[in-house]
Design a protein around this ligand. Structure first.
Ligand SMILES: [Zn+2]
Length: 415
């Protein structure tokens, strides 16, 4: 439920070779002309490049050109992202092939799609002359131009987000036909900027959502003794497929940096605490998943939500679930669980690891208090490095005055 890096679906990414992504509001401006020195010559003269609205979602790229040659030319038009890819880092590369007749003066149009996110995105438009080239050859483009797109918070610059409407070749990446996702509208509150698309369940329930989230952040910050830094961004999607379209992440919830993306519909409503806890606690430390996921899951229950509802535990309490798992001998020893960098992947056994981590956190807080827990949260580091993991166990011992094995033994006596 928490991801620093977007799990990249191999199928999607093999297709989206390069990229564009977009964030921000507002407007973008064209910057440096990056025609490289080694660009091959072409009889095609570029007259104008227009990136269209440069908004989140679908945009129309228009390139006007003149064929100064007495022969037909075959061109490949590509739009993709450069170095800066906004805060989501998503990349999209897309383009099409065009034939320009001898001495023809022509504008070609191509729909491209920018996923929602904030920050600066470099969009690169390239034209490659494929005339007489082998199908699988990759000649250098004869024309390359980079544009800077900026999306500030909040962003009102959004078009229709349904990628398959204008780019039907993307249909194969979705199980069902994508629901129409109209341009996002935004709602600003004390701590959040919330994006939802008209006619979706979240949009219709926005007042409720706002009051719940504001209450949640006050409670989490109060408990952790943290002042929230900066605005938190919330994106709501009506289903997993539209969320996947915009984030390339499968699953119901995603927290990354200061941004949360969630599915919200009649069947799926995430509790308002879990992802928010990840964001707030990012100000305190970056501990292993035992503490990071354990605390986020614990917090949901502490503030009255069914913390395991979307984590395979239904409406059981953390305690009930852990007892059930232990009785079935479905268990991860703590010296192993403390080395996990994430919980959620198949190999992390999320249905066992989430409740177990949450219950260990609850035990530490109930038995030794919040201060010691936050000390440990600050000091332990999330890492795959064995030395760091070994140090984590030592640091834990220093904070609690006893080794992990002893904490585990004591803990196991209560269930
Ligand atoms: Zn999580």
């Amino acid at each position: 439920m928490h991801s620093k890096n977007i799990p990249r679906k191999a199928t999607l990414f093999s297709f989206f070779s390069t990229l564009i992504f977009l964030t921000t509001i507002g407007c973008s401006s064209s910057v440096d002309h990056g025609v490289s020195n080694s660009a091959p010559a072409s009889p095609i003269e570029i007259l104008d490049v227009d990136l269209g609205d440069k908004a989140w979602g679908l945009n129309l790229l228009k390139v006007c050109m003149k064929n100064t040659d007495a022969h037909q030319r075959t061109l490949k038009l590509h739009i993709g992202a450069g170095k800066r890819r906004g805060d989501s880092g998503l990349g999209f590369g897309m383009g099409g092939d065009y034939v320009i007749e001898p001495h023809e003066n022509r504008c070609v149009e191509y729909w491209y799609w920018l996923p929602p996110g904030h920050g600066t995105v470099d969009a690169i438009v390239a034209l490659t002359d494929m005339t007489g080239q082998e199908v699988d050859s990759k000649p250098l483009p004869f024309f390359t131009e980079e544009y800077q797109l900026e999306f500030n918070i909040p962003n009102s610059h959004c078009n229709d987000l349904t990628i398959t409407k204008k780019l039907p070749r993307f249909k194969k990446f979705y199980k069902e036909e994508l629901k129409n996702l109209k341009p996002f509208e935004y709602f600003t509150t004390k701590h959040f900027v919330i994006y939802a698309s008209p006619d979706t369940p979240a949009y219709m329930d926005i007042k409720n959502i706002i009051s719940q989230r504001e209450l949640a952040i006050e409670r989490i910050c109060d408990l952790a003794n943290v002042t929230p830094s900066g605005t938190i961004i919330l994106f709501f999607y009506p289903d997993m497929e539209t969320k996947k379209m915009c984030t390339m992440h499968t699953g119901h919830g995603l927290a990354r940096g200061n941004t949360i993306a969630e599915v919200y519909n009649d069947q799926v409503k995430l509790d308002p605490y879990h992802e928010l806890t990840h964001i707030v606690m990012g100000q305190i430390g970056d501990p292993p998943a035992l503490f990071n996921e354990g605390f986020a899951t614990y917090i949901s229950e502490r503030f009255g939500a069914y913390s395991l509802k979307n984590l395979g535990g239904g409406e059981s309490s953390i305690y009930q679930r852990v007892r059930e798992l232990k009785s079935k001998n479905e268990w991860i020893p703590l010296d192993e669980l403390i080395t996990y960098q994430e919980i959620g992947s198949k190999q992390s056994r999320p249905q066992v690891a989430y409740p177990q981590a949450a219950f260990f956190v609850k035990y530490l807080i109930d038995t030794y208090g919040e201060d010691k827990f936050f000390q440990a949260y600050k000091q332990l580091l999330n890492s795959d490095n064995k030395q760091v993991q070994k140090k984590n166990v030592e640091k834990l011992k220093n904070v609690y005055g006893k080794p992990l094995s002893e904490l585990e033994k004591q803990w196991e006596t209560i269930f």
